[in-house]
Design a protein around this ligand. Structure first.
Ligand SMILES: Nc1ncnc2c1ncn2[C@@H]1O[C@H](COP(=O)(O)OP(=O)(O)O)[C@@H](O)[C@H]1O
Ligand SMILES: [Mg+2]
Length: 246
């Protein structure tokens, strides 16, 4: 296989006595959609936070295109071509939808300072993610969940990423909205954006991913194609366990 775009090597992240991510290693290859799945509390969001520099791991390394980026600041990692969206959308709630998207191109890798050009690119990106343009001048805080997710995706796209980290893009969507999100993620991927998508929903992640990594209590318990993972005994047990709890 080709060189990995991202290499996670024995990463450990603790919160006090809790080991949220426990010696996790895997690679993501250029152009693929890799699903990171696991029950709630498995350490998925924490691992994304380590990758994009929100947390510094206690041990282990993160390499981007062969370069050690462990512990670098989120804005540096963004400028190196890693974008992300959040489980609970993080928009500038007092700015308009359009201004939020414009911030992606003005402060991302391109650092475009021409306001007019930034606006044009933002509108194009909003069209690309099917954001209802008649709402572009509304304050982001007044949008519904799906619209917020679209704004976040458009903003992420405009930072000009090679790699995008999506944290639970399907959460909060209705069953009817789910296929739209799946198509959107595929559309991103067709633009040569390598994708790491996190979710706790096995069905969604199986549908979208070419390869899967499964976390459980901070540890990687399986890795492989959706078919391999779905027949893995440890995975079945982890998910059965969850079903019994709830
Ligand atoms: N900032 C934090 N402080 C303390 N514990 C945390 C923090 N963030 C996450 N955790 C804990 O780490 C574990 C993994 O959480 P998280 O990465 O959010 O899981 P997931 O995204 O897979 O649901 C959980 O037990 C969670 O309670
Ligand atoms: Mg999470």
């Amino acid at each position: 296989m080709n060189e990995p775009i991202l290499r996670i090597n024995d990463v450990v992240k603790r919160f006090g006595g809790l080991v949220a991510v426990n010696k996790v290693s895997f690679d993501i290859y250029k152009g693929e959609i890799l699903g990171l799945v696991g029950p709630n509390g498995a350490g998925k969001t924490t691992l994304l936070n380590v990758i994009n520099g929100i947390y510094k791991p206690e041990a282990g390394k993160v390499y981007l295109g062969g370069e050690d980026i462990t512990g670098k600041k989120p804005e540096h990692i963004c400028k190196k071509g890693v974008a992300r969206t959040f489980q609970i959308t993080r928009l500038f709630v007092n700015m308009t939808a359009l201004e939020n998207v414009m911030s992606g191109i003005m402060f991302g890798r391109k650092e475009l300072s021409d306001f007019k050009e930034a606006k044009k690119a933002a509108i194009e990106a909003m069209e690309f993610v099917n954001f209802p343009l008649e709402k572009k001048d509304l304050i982001a805080g007044s949008l519904n969940v799906v619209e917020m997710k679209r704004v976040e995706l458009a903003r992420a796209l405009l930072t000009d990423p090679n790699l995008i980290l999506l944290d639970e893009p399907a959460t909060g969507l209705t069953p009817g909205e789910l296929p739209i999100m799946i198509n959107l993620i595929r559309k991103f991927n067709e633009r040569n954006v390598t994708t790491l998508v996190v979710d706790h929903n096995m069905r969604f992640i199986m549908n979208i991913s070419q390869r899967l990594v499964v976390l459980h209590y901070g540890q990687k318990i399986a890795e492989g194609t959706p078919k391999e993972v779905s027949s893995n005994k440890a995975v079945i047990e982890a998910y059965l366990g969850e079903r019994y709890i709830f």
